[in-house]
Design a protein around this ligand. Structure first.
Ligand code: C2E
Ligand code: CA
Ligand code: CA
Length: 877
């Protein structure tokens, strides 16, 4: 049983260690774990001890019972054998002189009933005279007890005590272990009786022991007997292990009889079932402790989980609150039966209610307008009734400002019915205001406050739709302030802005209230005149606008003179949709711009035709440019003073089908549309390559002049840089002159001046084309790095008839001389003109008389023929 104790302790240890681990991991409470161990195991030990005790007691009782039984049997067996002897003794007491045959007869009968009897003897006067059976016992006949010390004591004791005495067990002379019963016989006659002698009954001790169950081997008891000669405690141990009497764990039992006393000692076996039941108890204890700990662990885990979720819940609640505050959102919930509205703290903040958890819905809705209340009530009722969610915005008047609330609601369906509607409110005032601002910005011009282009389009469309229904006419005026750029340059952008505001007001003043004015872009305005009777009505307004705009503007106490060009288009004659009308009004305005400005024009069929033709040409030209279908022709520039270098001017040609389109017909269009930049680039690279190629034909490459559109100086910055690079590259291999019109130089373009200075420094020459036709100011001659003046063909062609042309040419030539500029005369068509120019010191000339613009091959041949005539000469033929 105890051999299992270490296993048990180990198991308890494992449980304790595991519990300790769980305590460390906070999965078990320390005190409660201690409680488990402190209560379960002591109880288990106590139960186990009492159980063991009981089992032991049971075993002892069982052993006592068995021992008792054996004692009784011993007592009975010995007693009955002694009784047999007593029967003989009693017979002799009445028949003292019994005969041998009587004795034998008596003994024979007794022997039959007492199987353990070895012999019966009668010894009158202590000397054995008769013995049964005689056979084997002959030696005993005549034995005097008084003279036999080993037997004398017991015999004398029996005589003295006048009762039976047991002696032995002793080793018998005839073999075996015998118990000797000594019975004193007193003859009855004569009162007290006179001692007759001794009757002896010798018993087989081993047989009796076996019969009593001492040696049967059936009993599990280990037994010892003491009390030799029936002396009890005083007698020696005569059976079994003497140790049993000193062992505390044995039971003792006396066998008390008339013949003396024996004492039995027995050792009983441990209860066999004890180990298993204790093991069961211990396991039970372990299981109870483990179960309890598992329960505690579960509870702790549940508690930990609860704590964890509570923490998370608190955190997420806080997050929701923060987010709600940030977004101006709050939650609410309304109960169908109680009509109570439950809400968060944030809700109170938004709607301006004191902090509470709930309120009656009527109270919460109080700040809303009557209409808002109605709408919200209907939405909530619908939600309860039909389960429809809602989401809309409502205004709440708060003094002189308006708060906008977005209210969202959703029914909560439970078991098929709606008892609750949950939702959120959000303060969307800022967003509303922002959208309004954006809408205003999207539709109105921020400077003048007028509708913008986008808004104008929708107004016009709306007006036209009305006009269609009512059969009315509508006029569109396209107004552009003339030379606004220079106004801006002169008085600054702020001044320009003020002027635009004033212009808007003036236009507004010219129209009726029902008409609309809008600002389309920078200095462009448009007017819609609704329901006009005739074109005259529109013309009157247009004239009024032109007149109003030509009045001086007073800006920052400065008088600014300006004007406007106005184009007029009419619905339905000039266009049936908004876009066409506006384009046509713009077209008419453009006509004014092309002439004198400061006027108005009404759109006409002719205008329309021209506009269409322009449009067509633009498409074709774009195609020609992109497919490099243009050609470059070369016109010689011939030196007249005999020293200069032969040159040529590159002139672009556009062959459209079989005919060439005149440059005057497409160059202005290309200028307007910006295509000219691509054309100039093409002409420059083509001409440079051509001039370079001439060397391969053994010809001296002439100087090259290319025309440069002023547009390049006004276009995007990137474009000009690219162009400058290109020019520089070309000038590295050839003698290059750029021909610029006077107009560019008279306009204040600081960039142009810088760029030209740079190019000049890198060897590029600059010529003024068409000199004399344009502008009066000559100051630019000093500002720009100019090499050459080209006298316009207009003057040269009138020489010599026209006196003023002659004078002007002479003047230009002398101006050139004075400023050390080379002068080239253009359009020389006759020998007289040539002679005149030579006489007046003109350095070079260009014209049909000297050479027409030629295709590259023709020009090459021309050059070759010329060199043949006058090799490497500069003089004229
Ligand atoms: P421009 O620069 O003044 O070119 C000279 C114009 O006079 C050329 O007209 C030429 O054919 C013409 N011409 C030459 N000799 C005579 C003559 O004896 N009598 C008459 N009546 N005219 C003569 P074209 O080729 O028609 O060019 C017209 C204008 O187109 C050029 O005037 C120039 O301003 C522009 N242009 C031509 N090619 C280009 C080009 O590649 N780029 C730019 N930007 N403009 C170009
Ligand atoms: Ca030119
Ligand atoms: Ca020219």
């Amino acid at each position: 049983m105890t051999s299992y104790a270490p296993v048990y302790l180990a198991l308890v240890g494992v449980l304790a260690a595991f519990s300790f681990y769980l305590v460390r991991r906070r999965r078990l409470g320390g005190w409660s774990t201690l409680l488990v161990f402190a209560s379960v195991f002591p109880v288990a030990v106590a139960v186990e001890l009492s159980h063991v005790e009981r089992e032991r007691g049971e075993a002892k009782l069982q052993a006592s019972r068995e021992l008792n039984l054996i004692a009784n049997r011993l007592n009975g067996l010995v007693g009955s054998h002694i009784a047999a002897g007593e029967g003989l003794a009693a017979y002799i007491a009445t028949h003292p002189d019994l005969s041998r045959s009587e004795f034998e007869e008596f003994a024979r009968v007794v022997f039959l009933r007492h199987p353990h009897l070895i012999n019966l003897a009668a010894a009158p006067d202590m000397v054995i005279s008769m013995i049964y059976p005689l056979q084997g016992n002959e030696a005993a006949v005549g034995l005097d007890y008084r003279r036999t010390p080993s037997q004398r004591d017991a015999v004398l004791r029996a005589r003295e005590r006048r009762e039976a005495v047991l002696a032995g067990p002793v080793q018998l002379v005839q073999g075996g272990l015998g118990l000797l019963g000594r019975l004193p016989v007193f003859v009855r006659e004569g009162g007290a009786g006179e001692f007759w002698g001794i009757v002896s009954a010798t018993m087989d001790a081993r047989g009796i022991f076996e019969a009593a169950g001492l040696t049967s081997g059936k009993s599990k008891l280990e037994i010892a007997l003491r009390g030799l000669d029936g002396l009890g405690e005083r007698g020696e141990v005569f059976f079994g292990d003497a140790e049993l009497f000193s062992d505390a764990g044995t039971i003792h039992l006396p066998v008390l009889a008339d013949w003396g006393e024996w004492i039995m000692a027995a050792r009983y076996p441990a209860p066999p079932a004890l180990a298993r039941s204790v093991w069961f108890l211990r396991l039970l204890g372990l299981m109870v402790a483990a179960g309890w700990l598992i329960g505690l662990e579960q509870r702790q885990r549940a508690r930990n989980n609860k704590r964890y979720y509570e923490k998370r819940l608190r955190a997420s609640e806080q997050l929701m609150q923060e987010a709600g505050k940030l977004a101006g959102v709050a939650g609410w919930r309304i109960d169908k039966d109680s009509e109570l509205l439950h809400f968060s703290e944030q809700f109170g903040n938004i709607i301006g209610l004191p902090v509470r958890e709930c309120a009656h819905r009527g109270e919460v809705m109080a700040p809303l307008s009557a209409k808002g209340r109605k709408e919200l009530t209907r939405a909530v009722n619908d939600s309860f009734g039909n389960g429809t969610p809602f989401d809309f915005e409502l205004p709440v008047e708060r003094g002189d400002s308006t708060q906008w609330l977005r209210i969202m609601g959703r029914p909560v369906l439970q078991e098929g019915k709606v008892d609750e509607v949950v939702g959120a409110i959000q303060d969307v005032t800022e967003r509303r205001e922002f959208i309004q601002t954006i809408q205003h910005q999207a539709t109105c011009d921020s400077l003048t406050g007028l509708p913008n282009r986008h808004q104008f389009d929708s107004f016009l469309e709306h007006e036209l739709a009305t006009a269609v229904r009512r059969g009315q006419r509508v006029a569109v005026l396209y107004i552009d302030i003339d030379e606004f750029k220079s106004v801006n340059d002169n008085i600054g952008h702020r001044g320009g802005d003020l002027m635009l505001i004033e212009a808007a007001a003036r236009i507004q003043a010219c129209i009726r209230d029902c008409d609309i004015v809008a600002r389309l872009s920078g200095d462009e305005f448009a007017v819609i005149l609704s329901d006009i009777q005739s074109v005259n009505g529109a013309s009157v307004v247009a004239a009024k606008v032109v007149a109003a705009m030509s009045q001086p503007f007073e800006i920052d106490s400065r008088q600014i003179f300006s004007s406007a060009s106005v184009g007029v288009a009419l619905y339905p004659v000039d266009g049936e949709d908004a876009e066409t009308l506006l384009i046509n009004a713009d077209q008419a305005m453009y006509e004014v711009k092309k002439s004198l400005r400061n006027d108005f024009t009404v759109f006409t069929r002719e205008l329309h035709r021209r506009s269409e033709a322009r449009h067509r040409m633009f498409n074709e030209l774009s195609l020609a440019v992109s497919q490099r279908q243009l050609e470059v022709h070369y016109q010689p520039i011939v030196p007249l003073d005999g020293s200069g270098v032969m040159g040529c001017e590159a002139l672009v040609r556009w062959r459209n089908g079989d005919t060439y389109v005149a440059p005057d017909a497409f160059i202005p269009l290309a200028e307007e549309t910006g295509l000219i930049i691509e054309i100039d680039r093409f002409a420059l690279s083509e001409a440079t390559a051509f001039v370079q190629s001439l060397g391969a034909f053994g010809l001296e490459p002439p100087a090259l002049s290319v025309n440069v559109s002023p547009r390049i100086f006004f276009d995007r910055a990137g474009e000009m840089t690219r162009w400058t690079e290109h020019v520089r590259e070309c000038a590295q291999s050839i003698d290059l002159t750029l021909e610029l019109t006077e107009r560019l130089l008279t306009q204040d373009t600081p960039e142009a001046s810088v760029v030209l200075q740079k190019l000049r420094a890198q060897g590029v020459k600059i010529a003024i084309d068409d000199f004399g036709t344009g502008y009066s100011s000559l100051s630019y001659l000093a500002k720009f790095p100019i090499d050459t003046l080209k006298v316009d063909a207009f003057f040269v062609g009138k020489i010599p008839e026209d006196a003023s042309a002659v004078t002007l040419t002479e003047t230009i030539l002398s101006l050139g001389q004075k400023l050390s500029l080379r002068v080239v005369a253009e359009g020389v068509e006759s020998v007289e003109q040539l002679e005149f120019l030579k006489r007046h010191g003109c350095q070079a000339a260009q014209g049909y008389w000297l050479g027409r613009p030629m295709a590259p091959e023709a020009f090459r041949d021309w050059l070759a023929a010329r060199e043949e005539k006058a090799p490497r000469a500069g003089s004229v033929a």
